[in-house]
Design a protein around this ligand. Sequence first.
Ligand SMILES: NC(=O)c1ccc[n+]([C@@H]2O[C@H](COP(=O)([O-])OP(=O)(O)OC[C@H]3O[C@@H](n4cnc5c(N)ncnc54)[C@H](OP(=O)(O)O)[C@@H]3O)[C@@H](O)[C@H]2O)c1
Length: 265
Amino acid sequence: MTSAKWTLATLLVAAQLATLRVSLAENVVGRLAPDLGDEADEAVAARHGAGSDEYFDGAEATEWYDDEALGRTIVAYLQENPTRLGREELFLTSKVHPKNLGHERTLAAVKKMLERFQTEYLDLVLLHYPRCGDWIPDCQGVSPEGDWLDSYAALEDLYNAGQIRAIGLSNQHKIAYTSYSTLGGQWEHRAPYRRNLVSSNDVIGEIAAQTGKSVQAVTLLWALQRDVIVIPRSTSPEHIRANAAVSEESFLSEADLAQIDALAM
Ligand SMILES: NC(=O)c1ccc[n+]([C@@H]2O[C@H](COP(=O)([O-])OP(=O)(O)OC[C@H]3O[C@@H](n4cnc5c(N)ncnc54)[C@H](OP(=O)(O)O)[C@@H]3O)[C@@H](O)[C@H]2O)c1
């Protein structure tokens, strides 16, 4: 796997809104990004074994992520496999927690990220949310130093200094987006559902049965064929390999795509 495969195509900055576009030409779903947590060791090894691009989607937010564990594992993995995998073959992403909105706070947050991953640069840093709302646990009672524009200016400074190779925004509107919960993972945590509305969907299940694919493969193909950037999360070596290989499967028919389009979730 060469770093040339990383086809971050364009970074557009317009009216203070950045749009990060990742080329959809190939293997975007191979760029897997588990919330690794305690399962980091196994998942990193599996991803390497699967030959998939080494994409890690992290975040400061300890509510949902564990960058400390991810950093420890990646550093250890690079030390143990110096001839098999280099830093340039990894694509490290992290996200600034909204409690750190503000120019100085964001600079300090990224400095910690660099220390955590023991790296000179991060491939992509996003602002996780445009504001620190009460629905985010670590935001309750917090008044950030500044707003997302101040933070974005800090990311631009770090980008110009070569410490971040691409910058962008997460959970904002009117920009190109990377989907999450594509495989339904987030529904399992949301009341009143508490179950995976994608893997249990009858229409997707029927298409899967008719095409001989897994429900997850159908879902990922639909996203790819509809030009949605998708990062499936998985800690299972078997699933990681299957997801990395999905772009090699036959495509869905337009009729099947239309059926999935019609689902309102
Ligand atoms: N920016 C944000 O605010 C935000 C919010 C949420 C998530 N995200 C990111 O979005 C990405 C997707 O994460 P997500 O939590 O939304 O989950 P997801 O990808 O919708 O679903 C993950 C679930 O699907 C299962 N799975 C994955 N591949 C499978 C396969 N081939 N067959 C069967 N089951 C499979 C996983 O189980 P196994 O582990 O057993 O495979 C896991 O339970 C991650 O990179 C995450 O960091 C970002």
